[in-house]
Design a binder for this molecule. Structure first.
Ligand SMILES: NC(=O)c1ccc[n+]([C@@H]2O[C@H](COP(=O)([O-])OP(=O)(O)OC[C@H]3O[C@@H](n4cnc5c(N)ncnc54)[C@H](O)[C@@H]3O)[C@@H](O)[C@H]2O)c1
Ligand SMILES: [Zn+2]
Ligand SMILES: [Zn+2]
Length: 390
């Protein structure tokens, strides 16, 4: 089969690799119809998180089941399925609590796993013709319709971006009437902002420095805030004060809920070119209201081969802890627990209530993966969410 293979920093190739196949009785084999490229792939592409050359990339698969192992009960050949990034067993003590990103059985040397991801288990990636899906009864989320229909782009976001965006709003405690600021207008940030709107937030600000991405935020009825126009914390506070805060509530000119959809490769706002891993966390600490909440969905890697000047190879960071503590801020972090969210979010798409596919900007056959990675890495040419269609 053909697959997108990591060869070294900023070097991927489409190669012939051995076909994925059924290894355990509970596996199925899926033929991929859409496989998205993610900001998380770029942490590896940039040579930061220690991916081994030869790794098949991809963790956002949508496709059709072509073969089932003898132990599979719920899934049949021909089923259209989306596969959550963070695969899980469905049965262990963590999965039983809905904490599937902490599954105790999917990774021999730790907890939680993902397809095609450095340090996240032995699972081959999904930017390929075929994918082996372990614990298939737990991981396959069945979908209506036909491959390539009008919901193909909506459904592919269920593998990761929509679910992670929703998870971020959960971590940040977004409820009806809350004020929300999302840092990062990549697919995760845009879908966090979109989720906040779905959940009834009163105001949603989206901060970035890439004009096309801020335009998408505006399309999603959010308020775009460009770092090119100055300190985003002051911009949002000014805006809220000018809009008029009720008398006595002036100290709440920040936001109730802050979301980091950027992660450790955050750019220094000064110039928006060099990395400054604490930039977004510093800004969120300043912006969040007293007793507010933060949801940190952006990845902070535990291993960084080339840390930025103020970063560390083990992921240690200096944080404005006194500010956070003084305000009494609640902070949620980490990978999304797909098991909790994928099915209800699928049903929002099926009913027509959610159309998260609006973030998808580019489609290409597998062969064009190297060029697409290169453009996406530069956040160039309007590439926001690229999807490969093998
Ligand atoms: N928690 C999870 O389960 C999970 C799942 C998927 C992705 N992620 C992570 O979420 C993050 C976002 O993913 P994505 O696919 O949207 O990535 P992306 O790289 O497309 O988007 C990141 C955006 O952040 C912007 N940015 C950089 N510095 C900034 C700053 N100082 N202030 C504001 N914006 C800034 C960039 O311009 C870019 O548009 C990544 O770190 C990714 O690894 C986490
Ligand atoms: Zn992803
Ligand atoms: Zn488990």
């Amino acid at each position: 089969m053909r697959a997108v293979v990591y060869q070294g920093a900023r070097d991927v190739a489409v190669k012939e690799v051995p076909d994925a196949d059924i290894k355990d009785p509970t596996d199925v084999l899926v033929r991929i119809t859409s496989s998205a490229i993610c900001g998380s792939d770029l942490h590896m592409y940039d040579g930061r998180t220690g991916a081994e050359p030869g790794l098949v990339l991809g963790h956002e698969p949508l496709g059709t089941v072509v073969e089932t192992g003898p132990g599979v009960q719920m899934v049949r050949a021909g089923d259209r399925v989306v596969l959550p990034t963070h695969l899980f067993c469905g049965l262990c003590a963590a999965c039983a609590r809905g904490l599937s990103a902490a599954c105790l059985r999917v990774r021999p040397d730790g907890f939680g796993a993902a397809y095609g991801y450095a340090g996240m288990g032995p699972y081959t990636g999904a930017q390929a013709d075929l994918l082996r899906v372990p614990y298939a009864d737990a991981n396959c989320v069945r979908l209506p319709g036909e491959p390539g229909d009008e919901r193909e782009d909506d459904f592919v976001t269920l593998a990761d971006a929509f679910v992670t965006g929703w998870h971020a709003t959960e971590l940040a405690g977004v409820r009806p009437g809350r004020t929300v600021a999302v840092f990062g207008a990549g697919p995760v940030g845009l879908l966090a902002a979109y989720s906040a709107r779905l959940r009834g937030a009163a105001e949603v600000y989206v901060v970035d420095g890439v004009p096309e991405r801020l335009e998408k935020a505006a399309e999603a009825a959010c308020v775009p805030v460009s770092v090119a126009d100055g300190d985003p914390v002051e911009q949002i506070r000014d805006r809220r004060r000018r809009a008029g805060l009720p008398r006595g509530e002036e100290p709440f000119d920040g936001v109730d809920c802050g979301i980091d959809a950027v992660g450790f490769q955050a750019l220094d706002r000064d110039g928006f070119a060099a990395e400054k891993p604490s930039q977004v966390l510093d800004d969120l600490a300043r912006l969040v209201n007293q007793a507010g909440r933060l949801g940190i969905a952006g990845v902070y890697a535990g291993k960084d081969l080339h840390p930025a000047p103020e970063g560390h190879s083990d992921g240690a960071l200096r944080l404005p802890w006194g500010t956070l503590w003084g305000k009494g801020v609640t902070i949620g972090t980490g990978r999304t627990h797909d098991r909790r969210y994928t099915v209800p979010l699928r049903d929002l798409i099926v009913s027509g209530r959610a159309r998260p596919g609006f973030v998808v900007t580019h489609h290409a056959p597998l062969e064009q993966a190297p060029a697409l990675y290169e453009e996406f890495d530069r956040r160039a040419a309007g590439v926001i969410k690229p999807v490969l269609n093998p």
